[in-house]
Design a protein around this ligand. Structure first.
Ligand code: PLP
Length: 436
């Protein structure tokens, strides 16, 4: 007779999350090492395994029914577990929990790219006849999505310059409200990008909130903001009146220029419609990318701090250089309005900035082609320094008149500083400027 097989270990409950010790709230940099993951649920593995599965086994038919009632909204409270990988998976759920921690958001969703996040977010809130109000400039693809894609579905837009004052904001919201009434819709969203890509122009989020609250129903018109350039370390928009924060996680959050992903965070009431559309369309990031992002978030703070320290040193050098006409760096603002917004909203200048080379496209190209340490590539927020020419690259599709209005000139080079040695970077910029 064979030995009786010992019964399997019963499924253990995950441990409760520890987010405070002795009344002290733990910081995001501490929580990134374990929040949202209990090793007990994964054979004791210190790090979460990558869950490569397209579907999840129900404990019973009744449990399966309950899950689908939650997903489809037949029962309030949403899904209670994992069902199918187009909806969610363990790696993505941990990532969503940890992203929420950085911004103090109740909930978060991850996507296969920043643009997927932005497009699904906007589609979740807009109907034909609605108006979107947005700051300018936006990342060119975001601006294109609003103008060219949403336009096809009867959604129109109005935009305002990033630094707009309260009076200017009041005026654009009044115009948007009148337009929405005419077209039988609502002002569906106020969408901001601050700092704006590529000029670094800041939006006064506090003034936008005050103007929205005065003119519109705050329960109907959320303020969403693309916080890719400074977040989550140097700017926390939910604390300044925004309702929803959007990221291209491809940038600082991923931080190693080796993945593409995006996210949307905010209060559950704003996140639920976005989740419902993501459930339908897909667009969630894959488990491998989610795992890489969990690793990246462990070093986010030290990477962003080091890159910012480097950027401050590099900009000190560049601002004094005779071949540099000017800098668009948040650490060296001379415009009083922008400085005031910076002081109220930001805790650091970040490490992405624009440098205006004396001359035009030819001089800017000679500078770019001469760089030896910095790589000539679009994107930003990685461990390595990147340089690009927005007018001829990321923002090429923006009409010339709009480029001129936004200050995207032919002598503008965008730099994203990495975590190399600052003096090596200065030596590289010095020799590239000499080569113009
Ligand atoms: C400010 C900003 N938002 C959104 C995006 C789009 O993100 P992704 O490339 O991850 O789709 C970018 C990309 O450069 C960006 O710079």
């Amino acid at each position: 007779m064979s030995e009786p097989v010992s019964p399997p270990t019963p499924r253990r409950k995950p441990k409760p999350e520890v987010t405070t010790i002795g009344g002290r709230e733990l910081k995001p940099s501490t929580l990134m090492m374990g929040f949202g993951y209990d090793p007990v649920l994964s054979e004791g593995a210190l790090k979460p395994p990558i869950f490569l599965t397209s579907t999840f086994v129900f404990e019973s038919a009744e449990a399966g029914k309950r899950h689908f009632e939650g997903i489809t909204g037949k029962r309030s409270g949403g899904a209670t577990g994992l069902v199918y990988s187009r909806f969610n998976g363990p790696n993505q759920e941990i990532l969503e929990d940890r992203l929420g921690v950085w911004d103090g958001a109740e909930d978060a969703l991850v996507f296969s790219s920043g643009m997927t996040a932005i497009c699904i977010l906007m589609m979740a809130f807009c109907e034909a006849g609605d108006v979107i109000v947005h700051s300018g400039p936006l990342y060119a693809a975001s601006e294109g999505f609003v103008a060219k894609v949403l336009g096809k579905f009867g959604v129109s837009y109005l935009d305002f310059p990033a630094g707009a004052t309260r009076d200017e904001l009041d005026a654009v919201l009044a115009q948007a409200k009148a337009r929405a009434a005419e077209s039988g819709g609502k002002v569906a969203m106020i969408y901001l990008e601050s700092p704006g890509n590529p000029t670094n122009a800041l939006v006064d989020i506090e003034a936008v909130k005050a103007a929205r609250d005065a003119a519109l129903d705050a329960a109907e018109t959320p303020i969403a903001i693309d916080n890719t350039f400074l977040g989550p370390l140097w700017q926390s928009p939910l604390r300044h009146g925004a309702d929803i924060v959007v990221y291209s996680l491809t940038k600082y959050a991923g931080g190693h220029s080796d993945l593409v992903a995006g996210s949307v965070s905010g209060a559950r009431r704003w996140i639920e419609p976005v989740r419902a559309l993501r459930n339908t369309m897909g667009g969630i990031c894959d488990p491998n990318t989610a795992w890489m992002l969990l690793r990246s978030l462990e070093t986010l703070e030290i990477r962003m701090q080091r890159a910012t320290e480097n950027a401050i040193k590099v900009c000190d050098f560049l601002q004094a250089h005779p071949k540099v006409e000017g800098l668009g760096f948040l650490g060296l603002l001379d415009d009083a309005r922008q400085k005031d917004i910076y002081d109220r909203h930001c805790t650091g200048p970040g490490s992405t900035f624009s440098v205006f080379i004396r001359g035009g496209e030819a001089e800017a190209f000679r500078f770019l082609d001469a760089l030896k340490v910095a790589k000539l590539a679009v994107s930003l927020g990685g461990t390595e320094t990147l340089a690009s020419h927005p007018a001829a690259m990321t923002h090429l599709s923006v009409p010339d008149a709009r480029k001129a209005q936004l200050g995207i000139t032919d002598n503008l080079v965008r730099i994203s500083i990495g975590i190399e040695d600052a003096d090596d970077l200065i030596a590289d910029f010095d020799q590239a400027l000499a080569a113009i």
